[in-house]
Design a protein around this ligand. Structure first.
Ligand code: SF4
Ligand code: SF4
Length: 100
């Protein structure tokens, strides 16, 4: 199984490496696969879309640098496997439809 490091503060994920400093917020990163509870707790902090508020405007998709947001024409979804938890989509959504 692929091993991850997960930042204990912001939830940023990266492939396992010796350097455990989070490139996003500089806090310490913990094992993902090696500590499944921590991994899933951090997953809970990733953004998700409230489809009852979303108007499918597409602004979040255009601002996501890692193409982690998809529009299937009925709803918008965030794939946390790709998401770096940067928060840009949350900031730009005019409907406040995205939150952690
Ligand atoms: S938090 Fe950042 S990386 Fe994650 S879906 Fe939003 S814009 Fe993309
Ligand atoms: S920016 Fe907000 S309203 Fe627009 S598509 Fe994304 S989640 Fe929906």
């Amino acid at each position: 199984m692929k091993q991850y490091l997960v930042c204990r503060s912001c939830g940023y994920k990266k492939n396992f490496m010796e350097d455990r400093t989070c490139p996003n917020c500089s806090d310490i990163m913990i094992d993902g696969e090696g500590n499944k509870n921590a991994y899933f707790e951090n997953k809970m902090k990733y953004p998700s879309v409230d489809s009852s508020l979303c108007t499918l405007c597409g602004k979040c998709i255009s601002v996501c640098a890692v193409s982690a947001i998809y529009n299937d024409r009925k709803s918008v979804s965030i794939f946390i496997e790709k998401c770096t938890n940067c928060g840009r989509c949350i900031s730009i959504c005019p409907e406040n439809a995205i939150s952690r």
